[in-house]
Design a protein around this ligand. Sequence first.
Ligand SMILES: [Zn+2]
Length: 367
Amino acid sequence: MTDAIPQLAAYDDATLDRAFATLATEVTKSVTSEDPEAFRLHWLGRKQGRLKLVSDAWLKSAPAEARKPLGIRFNQLKQQIEAALEAPAANRQVYIQNRIDISLPGTVRSPGIPHPLLTTMDRVVEVFHHLGYSTSLGPQVESDFYNFEALNFPPNHPARDTQDTLQIAGQQSKASRDRLLMRTHTSPVQIRSMLAGPPPLRLVIPGKVHRNDAADATHSPIFHQVEGLCVDTNITFSDLKGTLDHAMRALFGSAVKTRFFPSFFPFTEPSADVQISCIFCGGKGCRKCKHSGWIELLGCGMVDPAVFEAVTAERRRLGLDPTPYDPARISGFAFGMGVERIAMILHGVSDIGHFYSGDLRFLEQFA
Ligand SMILES: [Zn+2]
């Protein structure tokens, strides 16, 4: 099966590549799993081995500058032949055909890490799990009823202007309560949860929300919230304060203080904004807290009786027992916070866009 040694017409790279490719194919074809010794002698035999013959024919007449490229290709061919000899007999043909160099180390794949936003969201959720809260989830495409109406944002009410909403197209023929939109907050899951079962409820609701906001250093049209809802008999504002005070210390350290300011949300009454003492300066005042010593972090309040009334009316409409959410019998509180904002504070990130860029130089810092 020994062919004549092909003659080299020239010593340029293309000619050499062609000539050695022919030889490599010949090696592949001549591999036999039955008789490796014959294969070895055929190619590597000291006097009449084919590699020796080729070397004699090509190397000796080669000009000086062609010696190096020729030598490199000879070595590669020799390695291919040796790899074929070392491979287990049954696999020899496969190794050769696939040109796998089994002496190379394997490909190392890095296992990846959870995204810093997910880690932050999990961290917040875990704090509330320890307080006996369970997790509830809901759809990102919501109806107007769950996202607004049941949460005390009546149709055409100016409170809706505070959440620039992405509407789903082609909904004009539907009743206003059934029109679909991208949820602007995680609060619709409060309504879904209250329709799903009676109190007591202690829920934490993480998720993605959408608003038609222009992207800048602190805004993104898609962001993440964690919302909380507690409904039971005799829930008071001091329960809300105690819960959030504990949660903030669990998240940011036991030295952190909280303070509450009057605010407005349609679905809570009274409502409050919560600030924590600056975790960078301990409250003395620095650039991060704009020299106030405090950082604004979340919104909260007692569930507005109008929300319980909407839930009661909807339960009646759906044929469910309307009594469990009678606002005369129960009370509750709700709170919500932005995951991006917390992650930015925890990690000292100045531009929200880093979280979505997919830039490994940024993400690898959280590995
Ligand atoms: Zn500060």
